[in-house]
Each structure stands twice: as C-alpha cells, then as structure tokens.
Design a protein around this ligand. Structure first.
Ligand code: DP6
Length: 356
C-alpha cells in the first residue's frame, strides 16, 4: 500500500465578512476580512492523501461520498479542487494519481464553514505530502482559490485576509494578526438552529449580491472600516469596541443579502431572536459582553469571553429552537497527523473497492 499522509484543519468565523468577489475564478475579494480560527475538539476536517500508479484518475471522497472531480462535467467547486490538485502535483513533479479522503466532524453546508476547513486541510496536506517548499502565505493563496474564506484557516488565532491589489491574486493572502495567547479568553459559542444544507450556496450568493444589490456599492468601504477598527481593538484587547464592529459587519452583510434580487435571507426568526437577546444582554451589562455574527446560514456564532460564557449559555438554553450548542476557542491552525488518524486504511480501500 502507498504512503498515506494526513492533516487536520479547522473552520474560522469571520468578524469582518468576505461577500462579493472582484474575480470569481481566483476568489479575489472586494474587501479585507478578519476571522478567528476555531479550536479543533469539536469542529475539524481531517484529510488523507496517497499517490499511487494503480489509480487511473484522481479520486476524492468527502464524508464517505465519492466526488466527481475528474470529469469535465464536474461542479465548479470540484473543478477548483481538481485544478489545485493538478497544479500542486505538477509543481512537485508527481505523475501518480491521488486518492483524497476527507471527513468533517460537523454538517456540511450548514453555515459552519466546512468548505473553509476542508480547503485549508487539503492545501496544507498537499504542500506537506508533496514536500513542496512553500511558505504558509503561499499555501493560503492556494486554499483561497478553492474557497475564499479557507485562506484564513491557514493560521491559528486571529487572522486577516488582505484584499490585495494585483490581478493575479498573489497579494491577496492571509496572515496572523495575533496568536491565540494574545487574547486566550475569547470564545465562539455556536448555536445550531438549523443543521440542514443552505438554500443558496455562498458562491452563488457572492455573485448575485454584487450583480443586483444597490446597497452593495457601500459594502467594501464599510467592511474595510470595520476591519481597521477590529484590528485595532484586537491589539488593545478592547472587547466592547470589537464586539460593536463584529455585529455591525454581520448586519451590514446581511442587509446587502436582503437587498439582492431575488432576496437572499439566511437569517430566520430564531436568528433574529438571538440578535435581540444579545442586545438585551449587552444593555443589561452596560457594555458589549457578547457579539453575534452569522455567515451564509441561520446558525449564530456568539463571540464572547470566558468570563461571560455562562451568561451566553443561559440565554441560549432558554431557547427551544436552539438544537445544539458548540463552544470553541481559538485554534492553532492546520497540522499534520500521524498514521493512527489516517482515513485511508485497508478497510476503507476494501469497502470502496480501491487499490493503491
Ligand atoms: C458569509 O468562502 O464560502 O462565510 O470563495 O465562493 O467559496 P467561496 O465563498 P466562501 O464565502 C464565505 C462567506 C461568509 C463570510 C466569510 O466567511 O468571510
């Protein structure tokens, strides 16, 4: 059996959102964004790869299901994955086909960015397995091409993805603003209200909002302002100021979504109930002790500090529609795992009728 390499990456939650691309093929954003990489206990993607002359094409499984990456009729995301795979193999002079097996610990397409951790795990894994001498920054550019927000999962702690100016995207990469020890008290409490797949994929949403929303015109400069304020607040560990900008940015992005035609509405009545409750909590405390933020889904991410974890938990526990609560802290970014964690095993190969 061929050598198997395995890596793990985690999702990130955006404090300033990426919504709208100036180049849809390279995933170049209209504005910079900032995020917190989540810790791995509950939310992670593990990905294994092996290269073998016994394979007749590149083969990929996500959550046990074979993906159609090699055929010309493959979905756009799958084509990006195939392009990246081909590009990195070529760079390493690897002629054998790859078997990639990826598994998320959480539901795909539910507003918890499985595409970010998946693309980050794959890019990091390929760079290491193929022994490519690449800087983290360069790997983040590769991950970005599969899914924009994935470039931010290439680092632990608090991360910025700078917009960049160049048309080839080489200056649109992520870097770490602060490692997790800078502000270790930060937490993301994820309230799962809908574990289902989202109705409009983020890739479709980015394009439709840019095309049809009149409000979007103001979005890039508003987001840049939020990004500067948050970067500054992170440096000073000013939670009140950071929380204000996190909430404003989420609301601003969702306003452009509602202004899209036909409208995109990821937020539901439960999401709105959570928004109101966080405002009540903050009003009662006399300052912002928690901030809600929503990606392309109805699940709420509530950013808070250890000190106020219980207040947020008590608030969520009173809500019937909240089906599951996951607490995460800041993670370390992607890492290689040992053979014991490999997803490509003799048992897996037997089950799928494959030989490597
Ligand atoms: C709302 O990174 O999923 O989560 O580049 O098309 O894969 P693609 O989009 P994606 O968009 C994420 C949008 C968001 C905000 C964010 O994470 O910044």
């Amino acid at each position: 059996m061929a050598n198997v390499y395995t890596a793990l990456a985690t999702p990130n939650i955006a404090f300033v959102k990426y919504w709208g691309k100036r180049d849809g093929k390279l995933n170049l954003p209209n504005n910079s964004s900032i995020s917190m990489t989540l810790s791995e206990e509950k939310l992670n993607t593990t990905t294994s790869v092996a290269f073998s002359a016994k394979l007749t094409e590149d083969v990929m499984f996500i959550n046990g299901e074979r993906q159609d990456i090699a055929s010309p009729a493959a979905a756009e995301k799958s084509k990006f994955i195939q392009d990246i795979l081909s590009l990195m193999k070529e760079r390493a002079g690897m002629r054998e086909h790859a078997l990639v097996v990826s598994q998320n610990s959480f539901p795909t397409g539910s507003g918890i960015a499985s595409s970010a951790s998946g693309a980050a795990a794959l890019s990091f894994l390929l760079a290491n397995a193929l022994k490519l001498d690449m800087q983290q920054k360069e790997i983040s550019v590769i991950a970005r091409r599969i899914s924009g927000s994935a470039c931010r999962s290439m680092y632990g702690g608090l991360v910025k993805w700078q917009r960049g100016e160049l048309d080839d995207g080489s200056d649109s990469y992520a870097f770490q603003i602060a490692d997790k020890d800078h502000w270790p008290e930060l937490m993301d409490i994820v309230a799962i209200v809908d574990p289902g797949k989202k109705k409009v994929s983020s890739s479709e949403g980015h394009a439709l909002t840019m095309k049809t929303s009149e409000l979007y015109e103001a979005r890039p400069r508003t987001a840049e302002r939020h990004a500067s304020a948050i970067e500054d607040a992170i440096k000073r560990r000013d939670f009140n100021e950071m929380a204000y900008n996190i909430m404003k940015d989420s609301n601003n992005m969702h306003a452009t979504m509602l202004d899209t035609w036909p409208p995109i509405m990821y937020l539901t009545d439960v999401s709105r109930e959570i928004i109101y409750s966080v405002h009540e909590l903050n009003t009662a405390a006399g300052e912002n002790i928690a901030a809600y933020t929503f990606d392309a889904g109805s699940n709420a991410h509530i950013i808070t500090t250890e000190k106020h974890e219980k207040d947020v938990m008590d608030m969520l526990k009173g809500m019937e529609a909240v089906r599951n609560i996951i607490s995460a802290r800041q993670g370390d970014g992607p890492r290689m795992l040992g053979d014991g964690d490999a997803l490509i095993t003799p048992e897996f190969l037997r089950l799928k009728g494959l030989e490597i």
